[in-house]
Design a protein around this ligand. Structure first.
Ligand SMILES: Cc1cc2nc3c(=O)[nH]c(=O)nc-3n(C[C@H](O)[C@H](O)[C@H](O)COP(=O)(O)O)c2cc1C
Length: 372
Protein backbone atom coordinates (compact mmCIF):
# COMPACT_ATOMS: atom_id res chain seq x y z
CA UNK A 1 0.00 0.00 0.00
CA UNK A 2 2.76 2.42 -0.86
CA UNK A 3 2.60 5.06 -3.51
CA UNK A 4 4.97 7.64 -4.78
CA UNK A 5 3.77 11.14 -4.38
CA UNK A 6 5.36 14.54 -4.84
CA UNK A 7 6.45 16.11 -1.61
CA UNK A 8 6.58 19.82 -0.92
CA UNK A 9 10.22 19.91 -1.96
CA UNK A 10 10.69 20.42 -5.64
CA UNK A 11 11.31 17.23 -7.61
CA UNK A 12 11.49 14.96 -4.56
CA UNK A 13 9.25 11.91 -4.40
CA UNK A 14 8.37 10.41 -1.06
CA UNK A 15 6.70 7.11 -0.40
CA UNK A 16 3.18 7.55 0.92
CA UNK A 17 1.72 4.71 2.96
CA UNK A 18 -2.04 4.28 2.74
CA UNK A 19 -3.04 3.70 6.34
CA UNK A 20 -6.63 4.83 6.58
CA UNK A 21 -9.45 5.91 4.30
CA UNK A 22 -8.62 9.60 4.54
CA UNK A 23 -5.27 8.87 2.87
CA UNK A 24 -7.24 7.71 -0.18
CA UNK A 25 -9.43 10.80 0.06
CA UNK A 26 -6.34 13.00 -0.02
CA UNK A 27 -4.97 11.09 -3.00
CA UNK A 28 -8.26 11.43 -4.90
CA UNK A 29 -8.44 15.12 -4.15
CA UNK A 30 -4.96 15.63 -5.56
CA UNK A 31 -5.38 13.49 -8.65
CA UNK A 32 -8.95 13.92 -9.90
CA UNK A 33 -9.99 16.92 -11.96
CA UNK A 34 -11.58 19.68 -9.91
CA UNK A 35 -15.03 19.15 -11.42
CA UNK A 36 -14.91 15.40 -10.73
CA UNK A 37 -13.65 15.86 -7.18
CA UNK A 38 -16.32 18.48 -6.52
CA UNK A 39 -18.99 16.15 -7.89
CA UNK A 40 -18.00 13.26 -5.62
CA UNK A 41 -17.49 15.46 -2.59
CA UNK A 42 -20.65 17.49 -2.99
CA UNK A 43 -23.32 17.86 -0.35
CA UNK A 44 -26.52 19.85 -0.67
CA UNK A 45 -26.75 23.55 0.26
CA UNK A 46 -24.50 24.28 3.27
CA UNK A 47 -23.36 20.64 3.57
CA UNK A 48 -24.44 20.50 7.25
CA UNK A 49 -25.79 16.98 6.90
CA UNK A 50 -22.88 15.71 4.83
CA UNK A 51 -20.44 16.85 7.50
CA UNK A 52 -22.61 15.77 10.42
CA UNK A 53 -22.71 12.23 9.00
CA UNK A 54 -19.01 11.98 9.93
CA UNK A 55 -19.00 14.07 13.09
CA UNK A 56 -21.82 12.09 14.67
CA UNK A 57 -19.63 8.97 14.94
CA UNK A 58 -17.03 10.95 16.81
CA UNK A 59 -19.58 11.89 19.48
CA UNK A 60 -20.35 8.26 20.31
CA UNK A 61 -18.35 6.56 23.08
CA UNK A 62 -17.94 2.83 23.59
CA UNK A 63 -18.23 0.57 26.66
CA UNK A 64 -15.71 -2.21 25.99
CA UNK A 65 -15.69 -5.54 27.80
CA UNK A 66 -12.42 -7.15 28.82
CA UNK A 67 -10.87 -10.58 29.43
CA UNK A 68 -13.04 -12.32 26.86
CA UNK A 69 -10.43 -14.23 24.84
CA UNK A 70 -10.43 -12.34 21.58
CA UNK A 71 -7.69 -14.46 20.02
CA UNK A 72 -10.13 -15.45 17.26
CA UNK A 73 -12.50 -12.90 15.76
CA UNK A 74 -15.15 -13.77 13.25
CA UNK A 75 -16.26 -10.75 11.21
CA UNK A 76 -18.69 -12.60 8.94
CA UNK A 77 -22.35 -11.74 8.77
CA UNK A 78 -25.21 -12.13 6.31
CA UNK A 79 -27.53 -9.90 4.32
CA UNK A 80 -30.85 -11.30 3.06
CA UNK A 81 -29.54 -14.75 3.99
CA UNK A 82 -26.28 -14.51 2.04
CA UNK A 83 -23.00 -14.65 3.92
CA UNK A 84 -20.59 -11.76 3.45
CA UNK A 85 -17.08 -11.41 4.89
CA UNK A 86 -17.90 -8.42 7.13
CA UNK A 87 -20.79 -5.99 7.54
CA UNK A 88 -19.60 -3.46 4.96
CA UNK A 89 -20.78 -3.24 1.37
CA UNK A 90 -20.53 -0.70 -1.43
CA UNK A 91 -23.33 1.89 -1.68
CA UNK A 92 -24.56 2.86 -5.13
CA UNK A 93 -22.62 5.81 -6.48
CA UNK A 94 -22.73 7.15 -10.00
CA UNK A 95 -20.11 7.48 -12.72
CA UNK A 96 -17.20 5.28 -11.60
CA UNK A 97 -15.48 5.75 -14.98
CA UNK A 98 -14.79 9.34 -13.97
CA UNK A 99 -12.47 7.98 -11.28
CA UNK A 100 -10.97 4.99 -13.11
CA UNK A 101 -11.18 3.91 -16.75
CA UNK A 102 -12.67 0.47 -15.93
CA UNK A 103 -15.28 2.08 -13.71
CA UNK A 104 -17.92 -0.13 -12.13
CA UNK A 105 -16.31 -3.26 -13.57
CA UNK A 106 -13.33 -2.65 -11.28
CA UNK A 107 -15.64 -2.03 -8.32
CA UNK A 108 -17.51 -5.25 -9.05
CA UNK A 109 -14.30 -7.30 -9.19
CA UNK A 110 -13.03 -5.82 -5.92
CA UNK A 111 -16.24 -6.62 -4.05
CA UNK A 112 -16.30 -10.11 -5.51
CA UNK A 113 -12.73 -10.68 -4.29
CA UNK A 114 -13.56 -9.44 -0.79
CA UNK A 115 -16.86 -11.32 -0.74
CA UNK A 116 -19.21 -8.54 0.08
CA UNK A 117 -22.23 -6.83 -1.44
CA UNK A 118 -22.07 -4.28 -4.25
CA UNK A 119 -25.10 -2.13 -4.95
CA UNK A 120 -24.71 -1.06 -8.57
CA UNK A 121 -26.12 2.38 -9.33
CA UNK A 122 -28.59 3.07 -12.09
CA UNK A 123 -26.21 5.88 -13.03
CA UNK A 124 -23.34 3.54 -13.80
CA UNK A 125 -20.93 4.27 -16.61
CA UNK A 126 -20.79 0.51 -17.33
CA UNK A 127 -23.99 -1.35 -18.11
CA UNK A 128 -25.56 -3.87 -15.73
CA UNK A 129 -24.50 -6.54 -18.24
CA UNK A 130 -20.86 -5.41 -18.22
CA UNK A 131 -20.83 -5.30 -14.42
CA UNK A 132 -22.24 -8.82 -14.15
CA UNK A 133 -19.76 -10.16 -16.72
CA UNK A 134 -16.79 -8.55 -14.93
CA UNK A 135 -17.49 -10.39 -11.68
CA UNK A 136 -19.70 -13.38 -12.47
CA UNK A 137 -19.65 -14.71 -8.91
CA UNK A 138 -20.09 -11.39 -7.18
CA UNK A 139 -23.04 -10.75 -4.86
CA UNK A 140 -24.94 -7.76 -6.27
CA UNK A 141 -28.01 -5.68 -5.75
CA UNK A 142 -29.30 -3.09 -8.19
CA UNK A 143 -30.23 0.46 -7.21
CA UNK A 144 -33.26 1.81 -8.98
CA UNK A 145 -34.94 5.16 -9.53
CA UNK A 146 -38.44 5.43 -10.88
CA UNK A 147 -38.87 7.40 -14.08
CA UNK A 148 -41.87 9.25 -15.42
CA UNK A 149 -41.70 6.72 -18.23
CA UNK A 150 -42.30 3.53 -16.22
CA UNK A 151 -41.33 1.44 -19.25
CA UNK A 152 -37.72 2.53 -18.66
CA UNK A 153 -37.85 1.34 -15.06
CA UNK A 154 -39.58 -1.86 -16.08
CA UNK A 155 -36.98 -2.68 -18.73
CA UNK A 156 -34.06 -2.26 -16.36
CA UNK A 157 -35.77 -4.35 -13.68
CA UNK A 158 -36.22 -7.18 -16.18
CA UNK A 159 -32.58 -6.94 -17.24
CA UNK A 160 -31.13 -7.09 -13.73
CA UNK A 161 -33.45 -9.89 -12.69
CA UNK A 162 -32.31 -11.97 -15.68
CA UNK A 163 -28.66 -11.17 -14.89
CA UNK A 164 -28.86 -12.55 -11.35
CA UNK A 165 -28.84 -9.36 -9.29
CA UNK A 166 -30.26 -10.39 -5.93
CA UNK A 167 -32.33 -7.40 -4.81
CA UNK A 168 -33.79 -4.10 -5.98
CA UNK A 169 -32.77 -1.08 -3.96
CA UNK A 170 -35.35 1.63 -4.57
CA UNK A 171 -33.91 5.06 -3.80
CA UNK A 172 -36.71 7.25 -2.49
CA UNK A 173 -34.99 10.47 -1.46
CA UNK A 174 -34.60 11.98 -4.93
CA UNK A 175 -37.98 13.27 -6.16
CA UNK A 176 -35.76 16.12 -7.32
CA UNK A 177 -31.98 16.41 -7.23
CA UNK A 178 -30.58 18.33 -4.25
CA UNK A 179 -28.84 21.65 -4.85
CA UNK A 180 -25.11 20.98 -5.05
CA UNK A 181 -23.52 24.36 -5.46
CA UNK A 182 -20.19 23.41 -6.95
CA UNK A 183 -21.81 21.23 -9.61
CA UNK A 184 -23.81 24.28 -10.67
CA UNK A 185 -20.74 26.51 -10.62
CA UNK A 186 -18.74 23.93 -12.60
CA UNK A 187 -21.68 23.22 -14.92
CA UNK A 188 -20.94 19.57 -14.21
CA UNK A 189 -21.48 17.31 -17.21
CA UNK A 190 -20.23 13.86 -18.13
CA UNK A 191 -17.39 14.07 -20.69
CA UNK A 192 -18.51 13.07 -24.20
CA UNK A 193 -16.86 9.61 -24.05
CA UNK A 194 -18.92 8.60 -20.99
CA UNK A 195 -22.63 8.04 -20.57
CA UNK A 196 -25.22 6.46 -18.29
CA UNK A 197 -24.57 3.14 -19.97
CA UNK A 198 -27.77 1.45 -18.82
CA UNK A 199 -29.82 3.79 -20.98
CA UNK A 200 -27.58 3.85 -24.03
CA UNK A 201 -29.63 4.84 -27.06
CA UNK A 202 -32.84 5.20 -25.09
CA UNK A 203 -32.94 8.98 -24.96
CA UNK A 204 -31.84 9.69 -28.53
CA UNK A 205 -34.99 11.53 -29.51
CA UNK A 206 -34.50 13.88 -26.56
CA UNK A 207 -30.93 15.03 -27.17
CA UNK A 208 -32.03 18.63 -27.52
CA UNK A 209 -33.53 18.81 -24.02
CA UNK A 210 -31.55 19.95 -21.00
CA UNK A 211 -29.45 17.32 -19.32
CA UNK A 212 -29.02 16.61 -15.62
CA UNK A 213 -26.32 14.20 -14.49
CA UNK A 214 -26.19 12.28 -17.75
CA UNK A 215 -29.89 11.92 -18.51
CA UNK A 216 -32.48 14.40 -19.78
CA UNK A 217 -33.72 16.73 -17.03
CA UNK A 218 -37.12 15.84 -15.54
CA UNK A 219 -36.77 12.13 -16.26
CA UNK A 220 -37.13 11.19 -12.58
CA UNK A 221 -40.69 11.00 -11.34
CA UNK A 222 -41.43 13.31 -8.39
CA UNK A 223 -44.91 11.81 -8.00
CA UNK A 224 -43.43 8.52 -6.74
CA UNK A 225 -45.38 7.19 -3.73
CA UNK A 226 -45.99 3.99 -1.76
CA UNK A 227 -48.28 2.68 -4.48
CA UNK A 228 -45.24 2.50 -6.75
CA UNK A 229 -43.62 0.13 -4.27
CA UNK A 230 -46.64 -2.15 -4.80
CA UNK A 231 -46.22 -1.71 -8.56
CA UNK A 232 -42.59 -2.77 -8.28
CA UNK A 233 -43.61 -5.82 -6.26
CA UNK A 234 -46.07 -6.78 -8.98
CA UNK A 235 -43.29 -6.52 -11.54
CA UNK A 236 -40.53 -8.51 -9.92
CA UNK A 237 -39.97 -11.35 -7.49
CA UNK A 238 -36.73 -9.82 -6.23
CA UNK A 239 -36.57 -8.58 -2.63
CA UNK A 240 -37.14 -4.84 -2.40
CA UNK A 241 -35.05 -2.59 -0.18
CA UNK A 242 -36.02 1.03 0.37
CA UNK A 243 -33.04 3.40 0.48
CA UNK A 244 -33.47 6.82 2.02
CA UNK A 245 -35.62 6.30 5.12
CA UNK A 246 -34.87 8.58 8.09
CA UNK A 247 -37.92 8.28 10.38
CA UNK A 248 -39.72 5.58 12.31
CA UNK A 249 -42.98 6.56 10.61
CA UNK A 250 -41.64 5.74 7.16
CA UNK A 251 -39.89 2.64 8.47
CA UNK A 252 -43.25 1.39 9.76
CA UNK A 253 -44.87 2.09 6.38
CA UNK A 254 -42.07 0.23 4.61
CA UNK A 255 -42.65 -2.84 6.77
CA UNK A 256 -46.41 -2.59 6.22
CA UNK A 257 -45.78 -2.53 2.48
CA UNK A 258 -43.91 -5.79 2.68
CA UNK A 259 -40.40 -4.70 1.72
CA UNK A 260 -37.46 -6.87 2.75
CA UNK A 261 -35.04 -4.20 3.91
CA UNK A 262 -34.44 -0.55 4.72
CA UNK A 263 -31.33 1.51 4.15
CA UNK A 264 -31.20 4.41 6.57
CA UNK A 265 -29.62 7.01 4.33
CA UNK A 266 -29.59 10.74 3.65
CA UNK A 267 -27.80 10.22 0.33
CA UNK A 268 -24.48 11.24 1.86
CA UNK A 269 -25.97 14.67 2.63
CA UNK A 270 -26.58 15.39 -1.05
CA UNK A 271 -30.36 15.79 -0.89
CA UNK A 272 -32.18 17.58 1.97
CA UNK A 273 -29.64 19.50 4.01
CA UNK A 274 -30.39 19.82 7.71
CA UNK A 275 -31.58 16.27 8.31
CA UNK A 276 -29.77 14.36 11.06
CA UNK A 277 -26.73 12.22 10.57
CA UNK A 278 -27.81 8.72 9.63
CA UNK A 279 -26.19 7.16 12.71
CA UNK A 280 -28.47 9.41 14.80
CA UNK A 281 -31.56 8.23 12.89
CA UNK A 282 -30.68 4.56 13.13
CA UNK A 283 -31.84 3.70 16.70
CA UNK A 284 -35.43 4.95 16.28
CA UNK A 285 -35.76 2.99 13.05
CA UNK A 286 -34.29 -0.19 14.49
CA UNK A 287 -36.70 0.14 17.45
CA UNK A 288 -39.70 0.68 15.18
CA UNK A 289 -38.88 -2.23 12.90
CA UNK A 290 -38.23 -4.70 15.73
CA UNK A 291 -36.42 -7.20 13.55
CA UNK A 292 -39.26 -7.61 11.03
CA UNK A 293 -36.94 -6.57 8.18
CA UNK A 294 -33.20 -6.01 7.96
CA UNK A 295 -32.02 -2.46 8.60
CA UNK A 296 -28.87 -1.21 6.89
CA UNK A 297 -27.34 2.24 6.82
CA UNK A 298 -24.90 4.43 4.92
CA UNK A 299 -23.34 7.85 5.37
CA UNK A 300 -20.03 8.91 6.87
CA UNK A 301 -18.50 5.48 7.50
CA UNK A 302 -14.75 6.09 7.37
CA UNK A 303 -13.27 3.69 9.95
CA UNK A 304 -13.81 0.19 11.29
CA UNK A 305 -14.73 1.83 14.56
CA UNK A 306 -17.64 3.59 12.80
CA UNK A 307 -18.78 0.20 11.52
CA UNK A 308 -18.69 -1.22 15.04
CA UNK A 309 -20.84 1.66 16.35
CA UNK A 310 -23.39 1.28 13.55
CA UNK A 311 -23.67 -2.48 14.07
CA UNK A 312 -23.97 -1.92 17.83
CA UNK A 313 -26.89 0.42 17.16
CA UNK A 314 -28.65 -2.19 15.06
CA UNK A 315 -27.39 -1.99 11.47
CA UNK A 316 -27.16 -5.41 9.89
CA UNK A 317 -24.65 -4.02 7.39
CA UNK A 318 -23.32 -0.59 6.44
CA UNK A 319 -22.44 0.72 2.99
CA UNK A 320 -19.70 3.10 1.88
CA UNK A 321 -20.22 5.64 -0.88
CA UNK A 322 -17.40 8.14 -1.43
CA UNK A 323 -14.58 5.94 -0.04
CA UNK A 324 -15.12 3.39 -2.82
CA UNK A 325 -14.64 6.12 -5.38
CA UNK A 326 -11.44 7.27 -3.68
CA UNK A 327 -10.19 3.68 -3.88
CA UNK A 328 -10.98 3.63 -7.59
CA UNK A 329 -9.19 6.92 -8.14
CA UNK A 330 -6.12 5.51 -6.41
CA UNK A 331 -5.73 2.17 -8.20
CA UNK A 332 -8.99 0.87 -9.66
CA UNK A 333 -9.93 -2.62 -8.48
CA UNK A 334 -6.86 -2.84 -6.26
CA UNK A 335 -7.66 0.48 -4.63
CA UNK A 336 -11.23 -0.56 -3.77
CA UNK A 337 -9.88 -3.81 -2.37
CA UNK A 338 -7.45 -1.90 -0.20
CA UNK A 339 -10.22 0.35 1.09
CA UNK A 340 -12.29 -2.70 2.01
CA UNK A 341 -9.29 -4.49 3.50
CA UNK A 342 -8.38 -1.54 5.70
CA UNK A 343 -11.97 -1.23 6.92
CA UNK A 344 -12.05 -4.96 7.55
CA UNK A 345 -8.83 -4.91 9.57
CA UNK A 346 -9.93 -1.87 11.56
CA UNK A 347 -13.32 -3.44 12.25
CA UNK A 348 -11.72 -6.66 13.43
CA UNK A 349 -9.40 -4.72 15.74
CA UNK A 350 -12.24 -2.61 17.17
CA UNK A 351 -14.23 -5.79 17.76
CA UNK A 352 -11.34 -7.40 19.61
CA UNK A 353 -10.56 -4.32 21.68
CA UNK A 354 -14.18 -4.07 22.75
CA UNK A 355 -14.39 -7.76 23.64
CA UNK A 356 -16.56 -8.96 20.75
CA UNK A 357 -15.65 -12.35 19.28
CA UNK A 358 -18.26 -12.35 16.55
CA UNK A 359 -20.76 -9.97 15.01
CA UNK A 360 -23.66 -11.39 17.01
CA UNK A 361 -21.93 -10.21 20.20
CA UNK A 362 -21.97 -6.59 19.05
CA UNK A 363 -24.99 -4.94 20.62
CA UNK A 364 -26.26 -1.77 22.28
CA UNK A 365 -24.46 -2.51 25.54
CA UNK A 366 -21.35 -1.34 23.71
CA UNK A 367 -22.70 2.21 23.46
CA UNK A 368 -22.48 4.75 26.27
CA UNK A 369 -25.95 6.27 25.95
CA UNK A 370 -25.53 8.71 28.84
CA UNK A 371 -23.25 10.78 26.61
CA UNK A 372 -25.57 10.89 23.58
C1 LIG B 1 -20.77 10.77 -6.02
C2 LIG B 1 -22.00 10.12 -5.44
C3 LIG B 1 -22.92 9.56 -6.29
C4 LIG B 1 -24.05 8.93 -5.77
N1 LIG B 1 -24.91 8.32 -6.62
C5 LIG B 1 -25.98 7.65 -6.12
C6 LIG B 1 -26.85 6.94 -6.97
O1 LIG B 1 -26.65 6.89 -8.18
N2 LIG B 1 -27.91 6.32 -6.41
C7 LIG B 1 -28.14 6.33 -5.06
O2 LIG B 1 -29.11 5.74 -4.60
N3 LIG B 1 -27.31 6.98 -4.23
C8 LIG B 1 -26.24 7.63 -4.72
N4 LIG B 1 -25.38 8.25 -3.86
C9 LIG B 1 -25.57 8.15 -2.40
C10 LIG B 1 -24.83 6.91 -1.86
O3 LIG B 1 -25.49 5.73 -2.22
C11 LIG B 1 -24.76 6.91 -0.32
O4 LIG B 1 -26.03 7.14 0.20
C12 LIG B 1 -23.79 7.95 0.25
O5 LIG B 1 -22.71 8.17 -0.61
C13 LIG B 1 -23.26 7.45 1.60
O6 LIG B 1 -22.45 8.38 2.19
P1 LIG B 1 -20.84 8.36 2.15
O7 LIG B 1 -20.45 8.85 0.81
O8 LIG B 1 -20.50 9.31 3.25
O9 LIG B 1 -20.39 6.95 2.43
C14 LIG B 1 -24.25 8.91 -4.36
C15 LIG B 1 -23.32 9.48 -3.51
C16 LIG B 1 -22.19 10.09 -4.04
C17 LIG B 1 -21.18 10.67 -3.09
Amino acid sequence: MNILSSSGEEGVCVEMTMVCLSDFEEYAKQHLSKATWDYYEAGADDCCTRDDNLQAYKRIRLRPRILRDVSLNDTRTSVLGTEISFPVGIAPTAFHCLAWHEGEQATARATEAVNTCYIASTYSTCSVEEIAAAAPNGYRWFQLYLYRDRKLSEQIVRRVEALGYKALVLTVDVPYTGKRRNDIRNQFKLPPHLMVKNFEGMFQEQTSTQEEYGIPANTLDPSISWKDVCWLQSLSRLPIIIKGILTKEDAELAVEHGVQGIIVSNHGGRQLDGVPATIDCLPEIVDAVQGRVEVYMDGGIRTGNDVLKAVALGAKCVFIGRPAVWGLAYKGEEGVREILQILHDEFRLSMALSGCRNVAEINRNLIQFSRL
